[in-house]
Design a protein around this ligand. Structure first.
Ligand SMILES: Nc1ncnc2c1ncn2[C@@H]1O[C@H](COP(=O)(O)OP(=O)(O)OP(=O)(O)O)[C@@H](O)[C@H]1O
Ligand SMILES: [Mg+2]
Length: 164
């Protein structure tokens, strides 16, 4: 993306299964080097969406995708591209990122999904896919996805085809 132009799409998920399915469909448009920056309070469904992305990337079901709260990063092998799952909840800033090899992961052959991305805002690439998840009711979440217009257009189409 050369310009800073962004498009936004808003989805309503009425169950964890639906959020999982949204993640699975998002995965179809993801390539190595992509960053998905997830923002949302505790329990808003960030890990649930990431589990769907993992499934869509072809991560074998023998891997259980959970928030890597203590390890900071978990790596999973995908079919086309791998998944790097970060949870930076416990970070206070960007300093610890260098230590964990953040830049190497960014240029690696995987898709990076970051929970609590707002905590490392300055280190998130400007062309990341930004996803804001909001708790509305016990089983209902608002999911706002923004990114470069071409890609959002692709996902609008595939999500609609997928019944989301
Ligand atoms: N529509 C929904 N989408 C996603 N999760 C939902 C939905 N409805 C209910 N849930 C429940 O909300 C919880 C979401 O948990 P999840 O671990 O994905 O949140 P999180 O944002 O990753 O939290 P944390 O910040 O603690 O890592 C799960 O227990 C899930 O079953
Ligand atoms: Mg989580």
């Amino acid at each position: 993306m050369i310009s800073g132009e962004r498009s936004v799409m808003v989805l309503l998920s009425k169950s964890p299964e639906e959020t999982f399915r949204i993640g699975r469909i998002l995965a179809d448009g993801l390539e190595a080097g992509d960053v998905v920056a997830l923002t949302g309070e505790l329990g808003s469904g960030k890990t649930c969406l990431t589990q769907g992305i993992a499934n869509g990337l072809g991560v074998p079901e023998s891997y259980v995708v959970t928030s890597p709260t203590f390890t900071l990063i978990n790596e999973y092998p995908g079919r086309r591209v791998d998944l790097y799952h970060l949870d930076v909840y416990r970070l206070t800033g960007c300093a610890d990122l260098a230590e964990m090899g953040y830049d190497e992961y960014l240029s690696g052959r995987g898709v990076m999904v970051i929970e609590w991305a707002e905590k490392i805002r300055g280190a998130v690439p400007f062309d990341a896919l930004f996803v804001v998840m909001t708790y509305l009711e016990e089983n209902v979440r608002k999911i706002e996805i923004s990114g470069c217009p071409d890609r959002i257009g692709f996902w609008e189409k595939t999500l609609k085809e997928g019944g989301c």
